[in-house]
Design a protein around this ligand. Structure first.
Ligand code: AMP
Ligand code: ZN
Length: 153
């Protein structure tokens, strides 16, 4: 696990390494991604160190969400893009490389060549019933669920 001392985004927050900031408030900053997917690709991060959405507290997350909305509005207005992809990768399995929670705001333009492809798997009625039961059940019951989820993995 990366500490705040060694975290690259904490170093950006502390101005120990350079970044091109485009937004700042009391709790968050936004800066240009060093390796942009499209022109204007911005990252929005809380000033406090949290590894991912699994770790962050609700109040900091709420403020981060508000900042993401503001930065998304700025990007849309100033760059005149047609839309944006707002993305957050939680954990290595989901493509997270920097272990400090961050939202990507990726402006989208005609012909930008970006392809988002999510393969879909085959489902049946049992899947929807069981998954709804599992997700909507109270936490203690969720743990007790003995269905075989691996068949959908
Ligand atoms: P993720 O895969 O969601 O962890 O994305 C990490 C992002 O951080 C990538 O898009 C990188 O290009 C970006 N990144 C890494 N280091 C820096 C840096 N020093 N300044 C700006 N962006 C960075
Ligand atoms: Zn950090």
């Amino acid at each position: 696990m990366v500490t705040a001392q060694e975290c690259i985004f904490c170093k950006i927050v502390r101005n120990e390494i350079p970044s091109k900031r485009v937004y700042e408030d009391e709790n968050n900053i936004a800066f240009l991604d060093i390796n942009p997917a499209s022109p204007g690709h911005v990252l929005v991060v809380p000033k406090k160190h949290f590894g991912s959405m699994h770790d962050i507290d609700a109040s900091t997350m709420e403020k981060l969400g508000t900042a993401v909305k503001k930065v998304n509005d700025i990007v849309k207005e100033k760059l005149n893009c047609e839309g944006t992809n707002v993305m957050l990768n939680n954990g290595r399995i989901a493509g997270q490389i920097v272990e400090h929670i961050h939202f990507h705001i990726i402006p989208r333009y005609q012909g930008d060549g970006i392809e988002l492809h999510f393969p879909r798997f085959k489902t049946d009625e049992k899947y929807f019933d069981e998954m709804q039961k599992k997700l909507a059940a109270p936490a203690e019951k969720r743990k007790a669920a003995d269905d075989d989820w691996t068949r959908f993995a």
